[in-house]
Write a protein that binds this ligand. Sequence first.
Ligand code: ZN
Length: 411
Amino acid sequence: MPLISGTQRNRGRPRPSSPSSSSSHAQPKRRATRLPDYEPPSYPLDNVSRRELAELSNNVDTRKYEEQLKQSITLLTNNVRDINDRYVKKRHELEKFRKRQRAQSEDDGENPETRQRGRAEEEAVMRLREAVPALTAECESAVRNVIDLRVELEDGRKAIQDTVRKAELERANAVEEDQEGGDNGATDEDDDLIMRNTQHGILGPLRILKNEREKAAADYATRSLEERYAVDNDYIGFKRLWWDAVHSVDGKPLPDASRWFTRNSAGGDDSGDDEEEDLVIAEEHISIYCPLSMVVMEEPYTSSVCKHTFNKPAIVQFLRSQPGHVAQCPQTGCSKEISVKDFYDDQVMLRKIKRAQAEKERQGEEGEDEDGVDIEDSTLQPRSIKAERARERGNQLLANLKLDPEEDDAI
Ligand SMILES: [Zn+2]
């Protein structure tokens, strides 16, 4: 059955203000190089075109692009980890140098060469103190940009699928209208479509796609920072590693995601926290042993469902032996159901385990009774009560992590 033309479909409706297509064709020919303006189609897509559109929507290959986005986040995350690690290490070295310097000057009086070196070390730390937070903020912003691009990609995929669906609908409506003899049979939806393009009565796939994309972008723009990023696994991974690098000494636990974007957009600096809030943060207790295999975890593998960590080979073997590769979490007291796909390589846990082991080795060299930590919260500012407390917390955390000498055989 032939479809009625756009002109016929619009019979009885107000004429569009723009000139009709027939009069524009009558205009003298323009320069041959100029392409005519895009005109929306007068008819809905036919069967072949709709099938091709559906195939197109199923065959959009974005794997390479997605891999590159993922890679970008990994590089930015590792960069933030490395620069903050370097800053913390430099501060630690400066502190050690100052201690030696003090001891030396008590013995032999002040040495001009040592004093000069001390000043150079201080200047280096000062430069890092300026540069590291600025670079970190830049990387944090870039990570959020990459996440935005990924959302745009995902929304674009959905928009193409919706375009296929709506092109089907335009076709169905046009057929229905044709069968019922014109405007009188138009449904509400059809009316809506015609109102949006009075000249042709249909939008056509390009216009539909554009509308869908604009709708998704407008929706994303209304979401808060927390809604956009605090639920994104890559952002969470970035945030955890960044926090761990900044707080590797004081051991302060990462605040709840609801607080990440409240004080400043960077969120990694705790300088805005007041004392009261500091007090309510619970101490973090971690075990460096795998609850399944009882060995020190060399490949900590954490469940995103319940946050419990195991050594990767042990938990993977355990889950593979279960029916359907799904099981209740083997951590005592946890009833969550887990499978291998819920797990991720836990870089932060690995760092904590390595620090605990290094601390144990150091204590082994210096004797068990000595104070475990000699790094202060800030080496360049007068020592505050808060810094003192952070130091105590750091010591306590390390004490919690201290290995039991009787279990040395298990390592
Ligand atoms: Zn669990």
